[in-house]
Design a binder for this molecule. Structure first.
Ligand code: R5P
Length: 298
């Protein structure tokens, strides 16, 4: 097995390679003056007859990162890779996982179909928006969860016993996963998104957080609309310290500052998306999944 760290996940790809003690194929990349992407494997001889693992997140600029991923996969196929696994910690377009309104494009299916065309036979994601839809797509997609790792981070920082919260009833398993580590109890904040405007409203449900530390877990913080409202509500109910934790810190614009202004004591994310808050690494999680599959195949 060899690992190819894509331009969007250089550090994460190198970490995965280091944990697995496998060869790393450096990638030369540039953007042409007209905006097109250029990709070159610095040592293409390392790829022939190998199980190639490409690590490339597809956070913004997602279209460019996706094109780089397609170029790397198709190139690895041309260079004779035995198999190609795409590790895409943040899978762009996964939120459009249904035709919510008639005539909409089913973006997540299109992205997976394109990867298959480029020779990818397996995809690994981390806390993809809707793991159920992933089972119906044209390639096997394995979705890993990083919430325990986030919770472990808080435990190490002395937050054992903090109250774990997640967004929406469907996200309750997130709070439960965190609570298995933090053991301070858990619940969810009811959220609702307007399909047309994208605006989020939260139902002001009473939560047992008075004079307690609370950590709000979500898969993504993007515009911050959801997290800002959740933090304000938890603070209003008398929580002592409130932290915003997410797997994919997209943090568009000055969202981090806005969350802090809403009353959060900190924002923590993973290196699924490199950012100023990516304190927790998903590399061990990914390495473990790759190792398990390699053992199953042997
Ligand atoms: C929604 O279903 C997700 O779990 C997140 O709450 C959402 O994607 C966050 O987006 P934003 O930061 O734009 O509110």
């Amino acid at each position: 097995m060899i690992v190819i760290p894509g331009p969007a996940s250089v550090e994460l790809g190198q970490k995965v390679g280091a944990v697995l003690k496998i060869k790393i194929v450096p990638v030369e990349f540039k953007r042409f003056p007209d905006g097109e992407s250029y990709i070159r494997f610095e040592d293409a001889t390392l790829i022939k007859d190998e199980d190639a693992v490409i690590v490339q997140t597809t956070s913004p600029p997602q279209n460019e990162n996706l094109v780089q991923l397609f170029l790397m996969a198709d190139n690895a196929k041309d260079m004779g890779a035995k198999s190609i696994t795409a590790v895409v910690p943040y899978f762009a377009y996964a939120r459009q996982d249904s035709r919510f309104r008639p005539g909409e494009a089913l973006s997540v299916k299109t992205m997976v179909t394109l990867l298959k065309t480029c020779g990818v036979s397996r995809i690994i994601t981390v806390n993809s928006h809707n793991p159920t839809i992933l089972k119906t797509l044209p390639i096997s997609v394995e979705d890993l969860s990083a919430f325990s790792r986030l919770a472990e981070h808080f435990k190490k920082k002395g937050f054992e016993g903090a109250f774990s919260l997640s967004m929406g009833k469907k996200g309750m398993n997130t709070a439960e996963e965190a609570n298995r580590v933090l053991k301070g109890g858990c619940d969810y904040i009811p959220t609702q998104r307007d399909r047309v405007t994208g605006n989020v409203t939260i139902e002001k449900k009473t939560l047992p957080v008075k004079n307690r530390d609370a950590i709000i877990f979500d898969d993504i913080i993007s515009s911050g609309g959801t997290m800002i409202k959740a933090v304000s509500w938890v603070k209003e109910q008398g929580a002592k310290r409130v932290y915003a934790a997410c797997v994919h810190p997209l943090l568009i614009g000055d969202v981090k500052d806005k969350i802090l202004k809403a009353g959060a004591d900190g924002v923590v994310g993973t290196d699924s998306v490199p950012s100023s808050v990516s304190e927790v690494s998903v590399a061990p999680l990914i390495a473990e999944a790759l190792k398990k599959r390699a053992v199953q195949r042997d």
